[in-house]
Design a binder for this molecule. Structure first.
Ligand SMILES: [Zn+2]
Length: 289
C-alpha cells in the first residue's frame, strides 16, 4: 500500500520545552491550554515540508492521563489535538499518535491484555472519529504490547504505521525487550501494520539507523519503512538541553536510506523544522534525479 506521503514531522516534546513546557507536565494537556503553541509547532513542520503531521496525543491514553488525574478529559484532549493540526496545517495528512500505556503486560507487570485493548480502543475511536487518516503507533519496546495495540486499531480500518524504539546493545541494536530489528518488523507487519520502522532510541547513531533499516528491509521487502531518529542524545548545558546532530547530517543520512526502498522519514527528540526542511530538499533532489 502506498500511503501518499514520504516526509512526516519532527519532534513535538522538545519543541514544546523551548516554548516553556515544564518536564513532568503532560504535553497533551497543551492541546487545550496552549493551542497556539501546539499549532505553531505543527505549522512550522508543515511549512518545512512535512506532508503528514502527527497529533500531539502520544501520552493521551487512559493510563497516562490517569496518572495526572485527567482521564475524564481524554476525549476532549484528543479532539482538540486533531483540531490543532487541522487549523495549522491545512492539507496535511493527519497521523493519530498513540504511544505505549507506560504499563507492562502480565506476567512482567500488572497490565492485562483486555485492559490494554480497552485503552487503545478508547483513544483510537476518538482519533478515528475525529478524522485522522492513519495511526502512528510509536516508541514501543515490547513487541507483544505493540501487536495487541495494532490488532485493536485494525477495527477502525485505517493504515497503521508502527515503530519501535531501539537501543545499542553491544555491537547490536535491540529494543529494551531484546527484540531484533528483523523480529520487530516481522511482528509488526504480521499483526497488520501497513508500515513499520523505528523512532527515537537510545545512543543510536544515524549509521545504526541505516543498518537497522537494512535489517528490517531484509525480512519485509515490500512494506514502507518509517524512520524517525532523534538528533543525538540530549546534553544538559547552561542553556538547557541541546542535541548535537544537525540538519545536514540528517540530509545525507536520508540520501543513504532512500536507496533501501519505500521510506517514510521524519525525526524524534531534538529534531526541528530545520531537520525536516533539509530532508525535504533531499527528497526533492531524489525525485528529480
Ligand atoms: Zn524521541
Amino acid at each position: 500500500m502506498t500511503l501518499g506521503f514520504r516526509l512526516v514531522d519532527g519532534a513535538m516534546g522538545t519543541e514544546l520545552i523551548k516554548r516553556g513546557l515544564v518536564l513532568g507536565t503532560p504535553s497533551s494537556l497543551w492541546n487545550l491550554q496552549r493551542p497556539e503553541d501546539i499549532q505553531s509547532v505543527h505549522r512550522s513542520y508543515h511549512e518545512a515540508g512535512s506532508q503528514a503531521i502527527t497529533t500531539n496525543t502520544f501520552g493521551a491514553n487512559q493510563m497516562q492521563l490517569a496518572l495526572h488525574g485527567m482521564e475524564s478529559q481524554l476525549d476532549e484532549i484528543n479532539i482538540a489535538a486533531i483540531a490543532n493540526v487541522k487549523s495549522a496545517a491545512l492539507g496535511a495528512t493527519i497521523l493519530g499518535d498513540i504511544g505505549p500505556t507506560g504499563e507492562m503486560l502480565e506476567p512482567y507487570g500488572d497490565l492485562e491484555p483486555d485492559d490494554l485493548k480497552k485503552a487503545v480502543y478508547r483513544q483510537g475511536k476518538v482519533l478515528a472519529e475525529g478524522g485522522v487518516s492513519a495511526f502512528l503507533v510509536e516508541t514501543f519496546s515490547d513487541p507483544e504490547e505493540l501487536c495487541i495495540t495494532i490488532d485493536t486499531l485494525l477495527a477502525f480500518g485505517l493504515p497503521i504505521l508502527a515503530t519501535f524504539a531501539f537501543e545499542q546493545a553491544g555491537s547490536e541494536v535491540r529494543t529494551a525487550w531484546g527484540t531484533t530489528p528483523e523480529d520487530a518488523a516481522l511482528r509488526a507487519v504480521g499483526a497488520g501494520a501497513t508500515a513499520t520502522g523505528a523512532n527515537c532510541g537510545t545512543e543510536l547513531s544515524l549509521s545504526a539507523y541505516a543498518s537497522l533499516a537494512r535489517q528490517m528491509r531484509s525480512v519485509i521487502p515490500d512494506a514502507p519503512l518509517v524512520l524517525q531518529p532523534n538528533a543525538g542524545s540530549p546534553q544538559l548545558g547552561p542553556d538547557g538541553m541541546s542535541y548535537s546532530r544537525d540538519a545536514e547530517e540528517f540530509a545525507s543520512w536520508a540520501r543513504e536510506v532512500l536507496t533501501l526502498g519505500e521510506m517514510i522519514l521524519g525525526g524524534c527528540c531534538g529534531t526541528t523544522p530545520l531537520h525536516i526542511r533539509q530532508m525535504s530538499q533531499t527528497l526533492a533532489q531524489e525525485s528529480n534525479s
